[in-house]
Design a protein around this ligand. Structure first.
Ligand SMILES: [Zn+2]
Length: 343
């Protein structure tokens, strides 16, 4: 499929209807061309989802990974400006404090990025631990991985403080690549080690591969291809909405109730550009933003999905895999568009 066809397919999706009304109707998790409806149940909605008729808001804690830099450098866009743009947008939407998960190794090569982390904390948003160097657990010894977790703490202490309350605030951990271990046994060991160190684990239930848009966006800006940039923007919003819809459907189907969702974003130029529209889209579709601490109090996050293949990725999807069910089908990334755009 060429890019024009991909663009046509993705931009014809037309996802959203309604204004700021609460989501008093079923949400289907059928794909990017599905609408979030506010009328009769879709004939393709899973029965359990359609029957739930959600009238409550969908609680969503927004989190941001890979501070202070993610994605390619772009002319005229500093890392500080990306952070500031996100913080300004969070304030505009009256969000509770949004956790940013840091890899302090990035400061070795770019000490100037420290200003971005300071801006984050000055805005009242906390920082959490995403390891020092963003290692992949699949390719290293467990002891080295835990040492990498510990090594990140000096920067967190310096930026967030080392008093009792401050330490409790930054002792929140996000797994790089959402990989919890090479298998379920290793996951249990790492969880125990993190708990011993006083960490809470920030799982993710809404993940729409936002990070993958930054590289094609940089290519398209360099080429001045406005049409392709528009396609990326529309795809980004479609994928974000699909992920929200999937997560709510998955909670109802797999857990039997709405849960407090945790959204994963990354601190890249494209995500910062799209953040306002993305948050507005979520609001229009019933999202109510809550703090990460509030979300982590949900009993969902004490679960340990038991399956040989359920030890990484979206937490609700881990539960789905552990149950051995295909439903609801997890939204894939729009690889073709992202691969072909502005090559
Ligand atoms: Zn990361």
């Amino acid at each position: 499929m060429n890019l024009a066809a991909v663009v046509l397919r993705l931009t014809s999706a037309g996802l959203f209807v309604g204004a700021c009304a609460p989501p008093a109707t079923p949400i289907t998790a059928t794909g990017p061309s599905a609408r979030i409806t506010r009328g009769a149940p879709s004939p393709v909605a899973p029965a359990s989802v359609a029957a739930a008729l959600p009238s409550d808001p969908i609680d969503v804690a927004v989190t941001v990974d890979d501070l202070p830099r993610h994605g390619p450098d772009m002319p005229g866009v500093t890392r500080l400006s990306i952070h500031e743009r996100m913080l300004t947008t969070f304030a505009k939407h009256k969000m509770p404090p949004v956790y940013g998960f840091i890899n302090a190794q990035k400061l070795e090569e770019h000490p100037e990025d420290r200003a971005a982390l300071v801006a984050w904390t000055k805005a009242g948003s906390p920082l959490g631990n995403h390891t020092y160097s963003h290692p992949d657990l699949g390719h290293m010894a467990l002891s080295d991985y835990l040492a990498d977790v510990d090594r990140n703490e000096a920067a967190l202490k310096e930026l967030m403080g080392d008093g009792k309350e401050a330490t409790r605030a930054w002792k929140v951990f996000r797994y790089p690549y959402l990989r919890e271990g090479v298998d379920v046994a290793q996951r249990a060991v790492i969880r125990a080690e993190l708990t011993k160190r006083g960490y809470r684990i920030a799982q993710v239930t809404i993940d729409f591969f936002d990070w993958a848009y930054n590289a094609p966006y940089a290519r398209c800006v360099a080429k001045g291809d406005d049409k392709a940039i528009l396609a990326l923007k529309e795809s980004y919003i479609d994928q974000a909405a699909w992920a929200l819809r999937w997560a709510d459907a998955a909670a109802r189907e797999l857990v039997g109730r709405p849960v407090k969702q945790i959204l994963l974003l990354h601190v890249g130029a494209f995500g910062a550009l799209m953040l306002d529209e993305m948050l507005t889209t979520y609001e229009k579709n019933g999202a109510r933003f809550v703090s990460l601490a509030d979300a982590l109090a949900d009993a969902l996050y004490t679960e340990e999905p038991k399956s040989p293949k359920a030890h990484y990725g979206n937490f609700l999807n881990q539960i789905r895999k552990a149950r051995g069910t295909r439903s609801p089908v997890f939204p894939p990334p729009p690889d073709t568009l992202l691969d072909l755009a502005c090559r």
